[in-house]
Design a protein around this ligand. Structure first.
Ligand SMILES: Cc1cc2nc3c(=O)[nH]c(=O)nc-3n(C[C@H](O)[C@H](O)[C@H](O)COP(=O)(O)OP(=O)(O)OC[C@H]3O[C@@H](n4cnc5c(N)ncnc54)[C@H](O)[C@@H]3O)c2cc1C
Length: 310
């Protein structure tokens, strides 16, 4: 009985897909079929349409030639492919994504694209090997982290995309309204949440997983651990210069141009990496790396967090 109930909606979903193009009807059907499995209004993403046909079309028009240079550019939005939901849900395979790029510009020119596809594969293999262990810290943290867990409530200003920081609020609105956030914005948000707000990475990962159309246990969880420093040799963090560089609009303005925190001189990122590193991590900060500092005192952290594996 239970199985039949499960199969019926799937059959109807297949029928609905024959409707092709009638998105409103498909959305209404899905809202009904998945009732109880989502919260809030069931609104289709204004940015992305589901299915293999839409995924292949997106791949076809994607300008892979610009990928290496522009993929992190959240200001122009010109570089990223937005292929993640299709790859995540198996509408398009990694092999197809690679072959398409190689066919367009050749393997050498497509190196960066292939490397990034490789990251997805790497996280999947890690998940395949370690299973649910990836939801716990993979290594000792290299800097002090929140003692909270995935059940630690997400602060209201984050849920409302009203933090007073444009680089967070614009990224969070994109997440909530479209189900997509640029990779660089994900890195900013995760770093701010974990290292500046001192919230647990597990709760941040749960939030992104809930809203991302590409929400993926392995890519999401392990990326958060990479930022936090439990799956990397150092924490990732950024400064205002990084936001200005990657959020520049074609008209020259950046997220900082209209940011309330920049106006009131309260931007928490407005300092050198060295200053921020010391401010965030104190004696645990050891480096002058431009992309987040190397850290020390592993022994101290290890003794404080003896329950961690490895
Ligand atoms: C905190 C955080 C959470 C993340 N959560 C997810 C998630 O839930 N699901 C998910 O698919 N990716 C996740 N990523 C990885 C990456 O941000 C997304 O894959 C990428 O932003 C998707 O957008 P795109 O398809 O336009 O990317 P593009 O830059 O166009 O990349 C093309 C494809 O390569 C793969 N890829 C690129 N970068 C990465 C990466 N760093 N790690 C793994 N695969 C990558 C993806 O399959 C992506 O679709 C996360 C990254 C961070 C920092």
């Amino acid at each position: 009985m239970g199985n039949r109930a499960a199969v019926q909606p799937l059959n109807r979903f297949v029928e609905m897909k024959q409707l092709r193009g009638n998105r409103a009807e498909t959305a209404a059907y899905l809202a009904e079929a998945f009732a109880g499995l989502y919260a809030g209004a069931p609104t289709p993403s204004p940015l992305l349409e589901g299915g293999r046909t839409a995924g292949l079309q997106r791949l076809r028009v994607f300008n892979v030639e610009r990928y290496d240079r522009d993929r992190n550019d959240v200001g122009t939005k010109a570089g990223a492919s937005l292929m993640a939901p299709y790859l995540r849900h198996g509408c398009v395979t990694l092999g197809e994504a690679k072959a398409d790029a190689v066919g367009k510009i050749g393997a050498d020119a497509a190196t960066k694209w292939i490397q990034e596809l490789g990251w997805r594969q790497f996280w999947q293999l890690q998940y395949e090997r370690d299973g649910s262990r990836i939801f716990e810290p993979m290594e000792q943290p290299k800097v002090p982290l929140s003692e909270g867990d995935e059940n630690t409530p997400v602060p209201d200003d984050v849920l409302a995309a009203n933090t007073g920081l444009n680089c967070m609020d614009i990224s969070l609105r994109s997440l909530y309204e479209t189900g997509y956030m640029f990779n660089h914005a994900r890195m900013w948000f995760a770093a701010w949440y974990v290292h500046f707000r001192k919230e647990p990475w597990q709760a941040g990962a749960k939030l992104l997983y809930r809203y991302l159309l590409c929400g993926d246990p392995a890519s999401n969880t392990l990326s958060w651990q990479w930022v936090a420093s439990t799956f990397s040799h150092k924490p990732y963090f950024f400064n205002r210069g990084n936001v200005e560089k990657y959020s520049r609009d074609p008209d020259g303005s950046t997220y900082c141009t209209t940011c309330p925190a920049a106006y009131s001189n309260t931007c928490p990122f407005d300092a050198s990496y060295e200053t921020l590193g010391r401010r965030l991590f104190g004696d645990y900060y050891q480096g002058d790396s431009r992309n987040g500092g190397n850290t020390g005192k592993r022994g101290d952290m290890a003794s404080r967090r003896s329950s961690f594996r490895r």
